[in-house]
Write a protein that binds this ligand. Structure first.
Ligand code: URA
Length: 273
């Protein structure tokens, strides 16, 4: 929950108009809602769109009419930017649907492109689709996906607020780990997804994305517990949910990693107890 500071805009005692302080508080609240819902859209890393709009207008205005006009402009900018990203992702998804770059195309039922908010602040990257994903065309919808959903919920987020993709977009037979040549063939699609979503933080789930994205030769057990700077983006490697289903004792370590992600995003981390 986002607490509304100071309640609804209040009126000056002597007038029916809301006070400037109340308007400023209300505006700050609404910007915080936008921020916490993942709607901060850094157009080119740096200032959130909300701040850019304020800068462009020459600082915080005290004019309520201008404020509401600026709010409407901001909403329109955000919608347009979301549409633009959605369209760009759709173009790649269509390419992926027709991809024959590696032999996995022969055995797939459906390609599994990615899902979530095209301007998400957080992106999870997994390995490859499994049985359920191959049938439904969506990443992380089987048992491992249910655990990932719970991990996301534990962070105070919803699945729709993050972006979820895999290194490999087609199911490897018998759910085996993707071979290096399959990951290499598929990686350009993931790179383009990352470029479009431009997440503030990337969380890698297991060995396959660790190796494919970072080129790491370490295993996940050694690599996790750290923040790795990759192309100006902090990357947090952690265990794959499927591994955590088999090794429940390591959920504690995964939770530590998720708390690191939360800190990087400025989300409130629950205290002990
Ligand atoms: N495991 C993955 O790595 N990705 C999925 O989409 C499902 C299971």
């Amino acid at each position: 929950m986002i607490a509304r500071p100071g309640g609804e805009p209040t009126s000056d005692a002597a007038s029916s108009e809301p006070s400037l302080a109340a308007i400023a508080r209300d505006l700050a609240f609404r910007l915080e809602v936008i921020r916490q819902l993942g709607w901060i859209v850094p157009l080119g890393k740096g200032a959130p769109l909300s701040e850019r709009a304020e800068d462009a207008a020459g600082g915080t205005a005290a004019d309520p009419v201008r404020d509401s006009e600026r709010d409407a402009d901001l909403d329109a900018d955000l919608d347009a930017e979301l549409d633009r990203r959605r369209e760009l992702l759709d173009v790649i998804a269509r390419e992926v649907a027709g991809c024959v770059a590696c032999p996995l195309c022969e055995s797939r039922t459906r390609t599994v492109f990615g899902v979530g908010d095209p301007s998400a602040r957080l992106m999870f990257i997994g390995e490859a689709p499994g049985f359920d994903e191959d049938r439904l065309g969506e990443p992380f919808v089987g048992k491992a996906g249910q655990l990932l959903d719970r991990m996301i919920a534990a962070m105070g987020l919803r699945r729709e607020q993050v972006y979820i993709a895999n290194v490999v977009k087609c199911r490897p037979p018998q759910n085996r780990a993707p071979e290096a040549r399959e990951a290499v063939a598929c990686l350009p699609y993931l790179r383009r997804q990352i470029d479009i979503v431009r997440p503030e933080v990337i969380c890698l789930l297991g060995n396959t994305p660790l190796r494919a994205v970072l080129g790491s030769s370490e295993g996940i057990t050694r690599a996790r517990g750290r923040v790795i700077e990759w192309q100006d983006t902090p990357v947090v490697p952690t265990f794959h949910p499927a591994y955590l289903l088999r090794n429940t004792a390591d959920k504690r370590l995964a939770w530590e990693d998720l708390q690191t992600v939360m800190r990087l995003l400025g989300l409130e981390v629950p205290g002990p107890g």
